[in-house]
Design a protein around this ligand. Structure first.
Ligand code: FMN
Length: 355
């Protein structure tokens, strides 16, 4: 088994067995509260949560975030994720394709297009790999799995915590620009649990990415995962920008759509993320746990409850569709408000806006 394959297997195993979520701080959604509307003028049964993602209509603005592929057991997980995503009309992101690029025998562990013919499927590669493989090999990897877009993940926290990690990120902005202009599908830039600041978001937009997935702090901690994998107790367990702050920072500074992920744990959290400026919301760990414990059946039930919670939050805030939700008043307090103020964004404008 190659080192890449062993690592992928260990990551899923650790995430399922150990406590890997943030412990000193959350994603910030607890600081955000919708303004309750006692007279909402909305018919719950007519609330529309459909949204177009990469030219395909989703029945809800949800993404099953990138997790796995590249070892035999991954096939079962990806098939269950794909079946659930197709059934519920949400987007599916696959795990890093590095393993299948290094070893083409592993392509079937990512090949779920036949199970999910109608939804957006996202391929995935690490920023450190894009200059190594170049646009041609990456394009082939995307075509092999029939993906609609390439997610490029940036994971400096994980790399710096890994004994064998890539610690030289210089020149990666140029590699990202090259991949954006050198492949035919859209590129989505994504963190893996430490968030994206407004300064980085501006650079990413300039590099030509089509969307940003903030993958902020407050959910799965990759320094925690690496500490279980042998790097020892870590000082950086809770490092990173919480998701709520990251969504506000990015959406205030760039025009491209934002995906909110990292500690999003319910349809209510998703509603808050959408009100803060995201166009889509996603999760990884909770969905992995669902397919592990009860297969696609459990994940389908979970996705349905997310849809119901999203609609309930919209009903109670007076938003009949997702466009209205993006201007529903939401009060930001606590550390998230403090952090936003310190970064030059006035949280009051979210509380005082009108539907
Ligand atoms: C088991 C597991 C494997 C992951 N593998 C990848 C990966 O290959 N590529 C990637 O971009 N993100 C990967 N992630 C990160 C997630 O996509 C996501 O950004 C992060 O876990 C935060 O979301 P969460 O708090 O909902 O888990 C993985 C997450 C988990 C739980």
């Amino acid at each position: 088994m190659s080192q890449t394959t062993q690592r992928k297997l260990a990551h899923v195993d650790i995430c399922l067995r150990k406590k890997v979520e943030a412990r000193a701080k959350g994603p910030g959604f607890g600081d955000c509260e919708f303004v309750h509307q006692a007279l909402p003028e909305v018919d719950f049964s007519k609330i529309n949560i459909e949204r177009v993602f990469l030219k395909k209509k989703l029945s809800a603005p949800f993404v099953i975030e990138a997790m796995t592929g590249g070892y035999t057991g991954a096939m079962k997980i990806n098939e269950a994720l794909a079946h659930s995503a197709e059934e519920e009309g949400v987007a599916l992101a696959l795990g890093s394709q590095r393993a299948m690029i290094e070893s083409p025998a592993l392509i079937p562990t990512y090949s779920v297009r036949a199970i999910a013919p109608s939804i957006p499927i996202l391929g995935n590669i690490g920023i450190a790999q894009i200059s190594r493989y170049g646009p041609a090999r990456i394009s082939t990897a995307i075509e092999r799995i029939g993906a609609d877009a390439l997610v490029v993940h940036m994971n400096p926290l994980q790399e710096v915590c890994q004994k064998e990690g890539d610690r030289n990120f210089s020149g990666f902005f140029k590699s990202l620009e090259k991949i954006c202009s050198g492949i035919s599908c859209p590129v989505i830039a994504k963190e893996t649990g430490a968030g994206i600041s407004m300064e980085t978001a501006v650079k990413l937009e300039r590099a030509g990415v089509a969307m940003i997935d903030v993958a902020g702090a407050g959910g799965t901690s990759w320094s925690a995962v690496e500490s279980y994998r042998g790097s020892g107790e870590t000082e950086f367990w809770d490092w990173g920008m919480p998701t709520a702050q990251s969504v506000v920072e990015c959406s205030q500074k760039v025009k491209i759509p934002i995906i909110a992920s990292g500690g999003v744990r319910s349809g209510h959290d998703a509603a808050k993320a959408l009100a803060l400026g995201a166009s889509f919301a996603g999760a990884a760990l909770p969905f992995l746990k669902k397919v592990n414990s009860g297969g696609s059946k459990s994940l389908i039930i979970e996705l349905r409850s997310w849809k119901d919670e999203l609609k309930a939050a919209m009903f109670l805030s007076g938003a009949k569709d997702l466009n209205a939700l993006s201007s529903a008043p939401i009060v930001i307090t606590g550390k998230t408000a403090e952090a936003l103020r310190a970064r030059g964004i006035d949280p009051k404008k979210f509380a005082s806006r009108q539907l």
